[in-house]
Design a protein around this ligand. Sequence first.
Ligand code: GCO
Ligand code: MG
Length: 403
Amino acid sequence: MKITAADVFVTCPGRNYVTLKITTDDGLVGYGDATLNGRELSVASYLRDHLVPLLIGRDAARISDTWQYLYRGAYWRRGPVTMTAIGAVDVALWDIKGKAAGLPVYQLLGGAARDGVTVYGHASGAGIDEAVADVARFLAAGYRAVRVQSSVPGLDSTYGIRVGGGLTYEPAADDRPVEDVWDTAAYLDFVPRLVAATRDQLGYGFHLLHDVHHRLTPIEAARLGRSLEPYRMFWIEDSTPAEDQSAFRLIRQHTVTPLAVGEVFNTIWDCKDLIAERLVDYIRTSVPHTGGITHTRRVFDFADTYGVRSGSHGAGDISPIGIAAALHLDLTIPNFGIQEYMGHLDPAGEVFRSGYHLADGMLHLGDEPGIGVQFDEEAAARYPYQARYLPVNRLTDGSMHDW
Ligand code: GCO
Ligand code: MG
């Protein structure tokens, strides 16, 4: 089963996605998600210019060897671009292996350990009333877990708030990011009121989550965690800039609110201390950005040793291929926690046809062999790449702030 071709597609059906397609000499094709929000073309180039030539002629069945070859062989290990590129190759090879075996990938990973994959949806609003009403809408649709975000009073814009019926938080296509203004004091005063109103009006019969987007100092995060303790959060996410693992030691000393982090990590080395010291409760690394199924499985296995559960990142900038790959892993691991699921904008359905579906607040995979997502190249060509960026943050005095 030799690899005869590897092609990279960049398409923007509502937002940008990068897809790797690997073809073998016996006619099988496998797909991997190579999307890195705001840096899509870097991964496309890494694949086209550096990995594709190495893949041609390799045995597609040797997933583990190919992973090691690309990781150890780069010399410049780790980093989001490298690991997303390796992740796309890995998932495409798992897709091929499943198709060759006539089995969905989760069967090759040991079979289903649960009936479905519990997901959390993204509720948001321009203020408390709108946000609480949006949480109620998710609960009425059967979700068992909901993340709540709201515009912060006094700030012109707050990232993570859905505009209209859209599913994207990034501003329209532009060649540079918009600049938001951030005020930590206003945020810290507001969030406990948002969460209290959500619990007061909707009760405790569901999991409630909140994403801080890496914007606090450790002591501010500790204060937030403590102030939310009465409301039994499922987690607070990314409370401090994630590259400083030691920050979590301080937060942990002050609060029993569960902590999650990991969407910007890309290897086990980014989170091994957090896990081994039990400084977080959920590790949110994602299959596409963490070297694919092969490496993310190692992260989750290691986490299980310390009682840390998975919480896979699943924002809309992960393509249906990346989401499906995560679901195969989620279904099989012992320490599954929760899967984020934001869904995809309408035109994405023309390009990607996924076999998974949502029922009773859980995502369920179909029976198709492999990863189970079809990619339509002609549809993809109708939606060319558009430059789009996440916003950046400045404080009210004009200083750059963490985003
Ligand atoms: C989340 C994330 C996203 C990210 C986005 C970055 O938890 O869903 O924080 O909103 O900002 O995926 O590309
Ligand atoms: Mg997040």
